[in-house]
Write a protein that binds this ligand. Structure first.
Ligand SMILES: [Zn+2]
Length: 401
């Protein structure tokens, strides 16, 4: 939807198709999120949780039920034995799937998720090359094959998560240094090839959506998510609002200087956060130390798990550096929760401890690794479109397709 001059980019981002202040659609999202978090749940409880009137909740539930997004539970809970029994409602996870695409530096992950963010099936596609047209074509082809395995489920659309600077409104990857992508129209490429609605977002924000919808951060009033892979970036939310900023540029922390950093960065400086922490740097240091060959950080994790002290030290040191960056961000944002997606922190308690210590967690923030240890990239992709669904169910409803 084109924006007018009188409608500047909002800090909080209503979905393009919900622009114009359609409050009714937003309240449908509130009802659906309430059912996600508490289902099976009575309509009266949804009314209490959302602050909507019972009549309004009943109306929304009828609409969401007609769309096939929620259903009444079979087991009735009788209300005083009089009149129609009050049936609790829950998400209907059996009818639909969403497609997920996550583009990492060495490979693309494609997957199908249900409405609770559970991964039903996934595949990893190595990049023969990183030409965006061919990456999108391979992802679309693989998604079609996965959908063929679930003929009884209808796809609501595709979410695509990519690292670097992603403009969600435009559906483009503005800049992704390690992939060599600049102004790549990912949404258009995938929509052309899948024939499905596609939503695109940065992967740190995508995982923030996932934590808030399906993960540990559900109860947090404010959350900071730090993603440390080959790309390093951050995302922040207060309440239901994920901060994007103009052109979705928030969270670009890759060139934050790390005190004492020694790695040269493509930007010309030394010791930038992304250069220090990238998986490539970790793997290069591991090769130099004779710990593990290749470019897969999981090989370093496996070596550490097998008792290799050098491997463990490399991971703890990386966690410590991550913690220093986290400490700077915590000072600025003071969130209730910090969620970190980083391989060492995910697998080793002493890495998490090192991160906490160097972040200076004497404040109130809880610090935890990602909730999606075994499926983080698939969940990131799928959560881009699930976030859209749970904000504005009608934007991703079967009627809209
Ligand atoms: Zn730099």
């Amino acid at each position: 939807m084109p924006r007018t001059a009188a409608s500047p980019l909002p800090l909080v981002s209503p979905l393009p198709r919900a622009a114009g202040g359609d409050r009714r659609r937003a309240t449908a999202g509130a009802v659906l999120r309430s059912v996600l978090a508490h289902g099976p749940v009575a309509r009266s409880t949804v009314a209490r949780l959302t602050g909507l009137s019972p009549a309004s909740v009943t109306e929304h539930c009828a609409r969401l039920g007609a769309l096939g997004l929620i259903r009444e539970e079979a087991a009735p809970r009788r209300s005083n034995g009089v009149g129609r029994p009050h049936l609790p409602i829950d998400l209907d996870t059996g009818r639909f799937v969403v497609g997920a695409v996550h583009v990492a530096v060495p490979y693309t992950t494609v997957a199908l998720l249900d409405l609770r963010g559970r991964v039903l099936v996934r595949r990893e596609l190595g990049h023969g090359d990183t030409d965006p047209v061919r990456v999108a074509a391979r992802a679309a082809e693989a998604l079609a094959a996965l959908l063929g395995r679930f003929p009884e489920r209808r796809p609501l659309g595709v979410g695509c998560a990519v690292g670097g600077w992603v403009d969600r409104e435009a559906g483009t990857v503005v800049e992704h240094e390690p992939l060599g992508w600049r102004e790549v129209p990912v949404r258009a490429l995938l929509e052309d090839r899948t024939g499905l609605p596609v939503h695109v977002d940065g992967h740190a924000r995508a995982l923030l959506h996932a934590e808030r919808l399906f993960g540990r951060a559900r109860e947090s009033g404010s959350v900071l998510h730090l993603f440390v892979g080959n790309v390093v970036d951050a995302a922040f939310a207060t309440g239901d609002e994920v901060h994007h900023g103009p052109r979705s540029q928030a969270g670009a922390i890759g060139h934050l200087p790390v005190p004492g950093g020694t790695e040269p960065c493509p930007c010309g400086r030394t010791g930038c956060l992304q250069a220090e922490l990238s998986e490539r740097t970790l793997c290069r240091r591991a090769r130099a130390a004779g710990v593990a060959d290749g470019t897969n950080p999981m090989h370093v994790v496996h070596a550490a798990a097998a008792g290799d002290a050098l491997a463990r030290r490399l991971l703890v040191e990386r966690a410590r550096t991550t913690g220093r960056a986290a400490g700077l961000l915590l000072d600025v944002l003071n969130p209730e929760s910090l969620v970190v997606t980083e391989v060492g922190v995910l697998h080793f308690e002493d890495c998490l401890r090192a991160l906490r210590e160097s972040a200076g967690i004497h404040r109130t923030a809880t610090v935890a690794p990602t909730s999606f240890r075994d499926s983080v990239l698939a969940v990131a992709g799928g959560s881009v479109i699930l976030d859209v669904l749970f904000r504005d169910p009608l934007a991703v409803s079967p009627e809209a397709i």
